[in-house]
Every structure is written in structure tokens, then in C-alpha cells.
Design a protein around this ligand. Sequence first.
Ligand SMILES: C=C(O[C@@H]1C=C(C(=O)O)C=C[C@H]1O)C(=O)O
Length: 368
Amino acid sequence: MKLNLNIQPLSSWMNVTHQPLVISGPCSAETEEQLLATARLLKATGKVSVLRAGIWKPRTRPGEFEGIGSIGLEWLNKAKAETGLPIAVEVANAKHVKEALAAGVDILWIGARSTVNPFTVQEIADALEGHDVPVMVKNPINPDLSLWIGALERINRAGITKLAAIHRGFSSFEKTAFRNQPMWDLAISLKTLLPQLPILNDPSHICGSRELIPFIAQKALDLDMQGLMIEAHIDPSVAWTDAAQQVTPAALSEMIDGFVLRKAESKNPDFVDKLAVMREKIDQIDDQIFQKLGERMKIVEQIGEYKRDNDVTILQVSRWDEILQKRTAYGSVLKLEKDFTEKVLELIHSESIRKQTAIMNATKAELG
Ligand SMILES: C=C(O[C@@H]1C=C(C(=O)O)C=C[C@H]1O)C(=O)O
């Protein structure tokens, strides 16, 4: 299924001065000096296309620094006048949108804590009506693809066609090395449903610590994401917010130099030919896999009927356990990750259970 949004290509509204597209700037604008000094150094790298700064900050607990507020718009405009960099801010309500538009902000983004709430997104969308400003929508904090798509649809329906998504990772109970779980599958699903939608990655919020950022950023580029939003601060050690995940402009520059840029496709005829041959092999193997899955399910159905006629339960834990043990061991010999093998088997098993349940239920109904 493909969704239908009216979106302009990124290249028609974003002047990418260096590949990959990098949007950078401090997590929060703190002082005029901090913002201007950071902006100057970012500009000097020659590798940053847009300056970002948070001026209204949604914080988990009250009493923390909640952003410098509207004065930050003036500082951003000073930075823009000096560096020539277009400016981007986060907006979380109609007032923010109004002020940002009045100040001539070039790009607005909607944060994860706003995307999660359709009322907030609709309020922002209504405030955007009639304005031709680029808007970027971060994923919601919870891994709900529909909410993310819904927010993009609301903004698009307000007439915003310069639209992009930002993948910043998802909250989870699970404690891992990441501040927010990347859950790449969701970004891949969004790209599959909306191939024309530019998706940027925000490795700063996924990682939560600067050391991890280059790895996540490279992975995002390898997944064909169209740019990166990376937080940078003149001196991260004294940052008022998110100190651990900000990098200096110099570190950012070095990081960008280390990226390997891979293209979405190659026109080299030799490459195209070899790829076609390998894909033909994959097609044949996929045919076989599905043929075999079909055959397996037929036997599962026969077993279901046999169990039904002999009043035996559908779920057979010891048999299921035996399959799990045997196949994961075999899978590891075949160099398949245990986690992958288990996921495949679990999918197959739950489909078996579903099929056999249908057989049992049909009979119960017939027996009436
Ligand atoms: C097919 C059966 O029913 C269920 C499905 C299984 C499977 O798909 O392999 C295994 C055990 C049962 O939970 C069976 O009992 O063998």
C-alpha cells in the first residue's frame, strides 16, 4: 500500500551546500553569545546547511530550563544574517508557529512529544494554514507508525508540501546503550509507504551520548535517509540541556569527514547486470521458501483436523520446544542469527495455531 501525500522533493526547497545534508546547532539557544559562536564555527566547517536551536523546550519535569523563549528568535536571525545559514526551530503550539513565522524562521519542526498528540498537531496545522514554510515532523515518542503518518497528513492537509520526517528513535522501558531505540523497521516502513517523503535522521536523540552518534548516523545514511540533524554546542560540557549528546563544531566536522556516502543506485551497466543475476537467484529462492511454507501449512491443517477428531489440544509445547531447539541450532550452523531464526519460527508457529484454531472453531460451530 502506498499513501498519497502531495510533497515536493527536498532538492526543490532545501539548498544542500554539502553532502550529506546536515542540520546542526545547539539543543537549546542559551545566550546570544553561545548561539552566535556555535553558528559561526558551524558555518566555518562548510559542511552544515541549516542552523537549528531549541528555544521552547518541552521538559519532562517542571522547574528545569524550559528554553529561552521568543528572544531566541532574534538571536537566530542575527546568526542567520551573519552566517547566511537558514534557521530552524521546534514549534509545539499555535503561538510558537505564529512567532516563528513572524520572525521569518526558514524551517519549523514538530518534536516527538508533540507528534504523539493529534490535538497538538492539528493546532499546529491550523496555524500553518496559508503559509508556505517547510515543516519536519519527528516521530512520536512511542513506536506508532500511524501516529507519525497521521501527523504528516495533518500538516500536509494544511497545505504544507515542503514536508519531511525526522527519525529520532522511540522511548522504551528496555534500557540499552541508546537513549531512544532506533527501531529502524518503523523508518523503513514509513519510507516504503511514502517513498517520496524525505526522511532525515536525528542520531543525537537516538544515541543520547556523543560517542555513539557516528555509528547511527552512518547506518541512517546507509538506509538512504536524506540528511542528519545533529546537535552541536560551542562547549557541550557546560550545555544547559542534553550535554552528553552534543558535539563541538570541530567534532562534527571530523565526524562528517568520516562518513562513507553510498548512492541509492548505480548506473554502471556491469553493476546493474550482476545485481540482476543475483536478484534472479533471490527470486527463485523466495519462490521455493513460499512453496515450502504453503506445503507446511497444508500438513499443519491435516494435523489440526486429526487433533480435532481426537480431542487433542492445538498447542503442543514440547513439540514446539523441540522445533525451536533443533532449528535454532541448525540455523546457527547456517550462520543465521538466533534472534532471526526464532522470529521466523514464531511467525510460522503463530500462523499454525491460527489455522488450527479456525479448524477447531469451524467444527464446534457445525456441531452447534
Ligand atoms: C502442527 C502442530 O501444532 C502446533 C504447531 C506446531 C508447528 O507449527 O510446527 C507445533 C506444535 C503445535 O503447537 C503439532 O502439534 O505438530
